[in-house]
Write a protein that binds this ligand. Structure first.
Ligand code: PLP
Length: 407
């Protein structure tokens, strides 16, 4: 008899996006003439930068000729891309990261989901609330939690991100082994200061814990005092892994390229307390289970670091940040408490009522779709998330409609 991994049965079906779709469809049916504006999306909408498109075309042409054709590439990624990343994203900011510590992949979602398999099933996991659901669900699948009760899985240490802590969780009171952090944050749009991030690194060093730092929104940081990488912190190389992606920074959500940084000093332990290099384990995992990102896509990612690519990607994120500023300004004028929108493409708004009630009001009275915060965890109840990933025109119109509906 073939039996299943019963941990999968603990997973909560995510009704969030299907629920949203159902309510929007019902609204459209009742009001066929009203045009709905979607500010719920977590996907980019603008075309790839020209430098990336040119690089893609050139690489495709190379694949058409025997002399320049490429077959299987190195699983960890081509040196041209790993070297460009190390130089531009880390060494230029004073963070010590070598090209061979960078693993190119097809997504930060996959990497943040897969990394947990390197660690013991009984290690204590700390996960933020509200949260990007991948961190939680992949640990449920791996059997690191008990059942789901009262909106939470047993066995997980939840890191509450609330108004009281300005949406940056406090250090856990108990000892944890594996810590997920994401800054700038999805869904809240909050950021972490150097001092706060250093405190997490110090905690991890003291407790021989490991931090999984998701920096997928690093390119939206505009405040120079904020850290872009955890490796800007003292002592982080022993206790942290960082995840980055070209998805939001360069519009690669449909093109697929990301990377994970595992420093050579990064350490986990055997049960007897023996030191184990994490880099070699992730390298083994990556080579066994992953074939590498396609050559043309890696050339497109490399083009992000060309002079032209740097200007074009900055223009791209500036455009979304212009949207974010308009949303933040409107929300502020309406008198809501909110966070985000300054160094992140999300605005997290306290609606002071049920998330879904506010969702329905915005949909019915303004024809604007948001994401109810309750879908991201218990601490998201009462909040909604607006995203800046739409056209300027739509954002301006959506804010105008929300103003009219709520004043
Ligand atoms: C969008 C996003 C990513 C990037 O995922 P990809 O798989 O690289 O597209 C990673 N983490 C968070 C929190 C995100 O919102």
């Amino acid at each position: 008899m073939i039996t299943i991994n019963e941990h999968y049965l603990k997973l909560q079906a995510s009704y969030l996006f299907s629920d949203i779709a159902r309510r929007v469809a019902a609204f459209q049916e009742a009001h066929p003439d009203r045009q709905v504006i979607r500010l719920g999306i977590g996907d980019v909408t603008r075309a790839l930068p020209g430098a990336c498109i040119d690089a893609l075309h050139r690489a495709v042409d190379e694949m058409a000729v025997d002399a320049t054709f490429r077959g299987y590439g190195p699983e960890q990624g081509y040196a041209f891309l790993r070297e460009a990343i190390a130089r531009h994203d880390f060494q230029a900011r004073g963070a010590e990261v070598d090209p061979d510590e960078i693993f190119i992949s097809d997504g930060a979602k996959c990497d943040t989901g897969n990394i947990q398999e390197l660690f013991a099933t009984d290690c204590r996991i700390a996960i933020p609330d509200p949260v990007y659901p991948v961190y939680l669900d992949t640990n449920v699948m791996a059997g690191r939690t008990g059942e789901f009760a009262d909106g939470r899985y047993q066995g997980i240490v939840y890191l509450d991100s609330t108004r009281d802590n300005s949406y940056v969780p406090d250090l856990p009171k108990e000892k944890v082994d594996l810590i997920y952090l994401c800054f700038p944050n999805n869904p809240t749009g909050s950021t972490i200061t150097r001092e706060q991030l250093q405190a997490w690194v110090d905690y991890a060093r003291e407790h021989r814990a490991l931090i999984l730092f998701d920096a997928a929104y690093e390119s939206f940081i505009r405040d120079d005092s904020l850290p872009h990488s955890i490796f800007e912190m003292k002592g982080a190389r022993e206790v942290a892994i960082e995840f980055r992606s070209f998805s939001k920074s360069a519009g690669f959500t449909g093109t697929r390229c990301a990377y994970t940084v595992v420093p050579r000093e990064c350490t986990a332990y055997t049960r007897q307390g023996g030191k184990q290099q994490v880099h070699s384990l992730w390298n083994r995992r990556h080579c066994t289970k992953f074939n590498g990102v396609s050559y043309p896509v890696q050339r497109a990612a490399e083009a992000v670091y060309s002079a032209e690519g740097q200007v074009q990607t900055r223009e791209l994120t500036d455009y979304y940040m212009g949207n974010a500023a308009l949303i933040a300004q409107a929300v502020q004028e309406l008198g809501f408490h909110f966070v985000g929108g300054r160094n992140a493409p999300y605005i997290w708004i306290s609606s002071e009522r049920d998330s879904w009630q506010f969702f329905d009001q915005l949909l019915n009275e303004a024809g604007v779709v948001c994401t109810p915060g309750a879908g991201f965890g218990r601490c998201g109840q009462g909040y909604i998330r607006l995203s800046a990933f739409n056209s300027r025109e739509n954002v301006v119109q959506a804010m105008e409609r929300i103003r009219r509906a709520l004043t």
